[in-house]
Design a protein around this ligand. Structure first.
Ligand SMILES: [Cu+2]
Length: 218
């Protein structure tokens, strides 16, 4: 029986081997994440850091990513990007947003009108960047910057699917509502065949609508 524990936060419910055969070197690793009450958890970030040498792909820049502002919310709420990614901050609203970060990983400030497109910002240090809006206090967004090319964020009912070379990994976990002593919860894991796992947090997360406020226009 395989055991997987991310400190006390995650415990493995079941590990099922999927019978799909893969002809290329990579295997498929699927994760479904629930909280302690069985509610599916979206916006959880999993980073798989290989503990082996990986073939270096071309040094071309990662594609530009987008952190939009729609109806006075950051969209997506959580964005994961490889170190070196340029991120654009458009503004889909007809109002003014004043986006900032005080995080040491990347500090910036952008005054954004719908008509004005700021130059993309390059995120060249790994870490977590908390972003906010000076005008709308409830607007919270997170950018997770990682050196590893193997990462995903749970969406669509708490699920993700990664294509991974076989081998051992440090698996790092992060979620905006799961408090932790360290930046990431980390555990070592061997990936040897295509697998689907169900992992569960040891805590219950608040419902989405607890941080999805319907404020008036201002
Ligand atoms: Cu705003």
């Amino acid at each position: 029986m395989n055991r997987f524990l991310l400190s006390l936060l995650l415990s493995l419910l079941a590990l099922t081997t999927v019978a799909t055969e893969n002809n290329n070197a990579n295997v498929t690793f699927e994760i479904t994440l629930a909280d302690s009450e069985g509610k599916m958890v979206n916006d959880a970030v999993f980073i798989f850091e290989p503990l082996f040498e990986i073939a270096v792909t071309t040094d071309s820049e990662p594609p530009t990513a987008i952190m939009n502002q729609i109806k006075k919310q950051f969209v997506p709420h959580v964005l994961v990007a490889k170190t070196g990614t340029s991120i654009r901050f458009p503004n889909a609203d007809n109002i003014f947003h004043h986006v900032y970060s005080f995080s040491p990983t990347k500090q910036f400030e952008l005054k954004l009108y719908k008509e004005f497109t700021a130059e993309p910002l390059k995120f060249d240090k790994p870490g977590i960047v908390d972003i906010g809006c000076n005008i709308h206090d409830w607007m919270l967004g997170y950018i997770v910057v990682t050196d590893s090319p193997f990462f995903a964020k749970t969406e669509n009912e708490g699920s993700i699917s990664l294509s991974l070379p076989k081998g051992d990994y440090n698996v790092r976990f992060w979620h905006p509502l799961v408090k932790s002593d360290s930046l990431f919860e980390t555990k070592t894991l061997s990936v040897n065949e295509s697998s689907a796992v169900e992992w569960q947090l040891s805590t219950a997360l608040p419902a989405d609508d607890e941080f999805d406020f319907g404020f008036g226009d201002y």
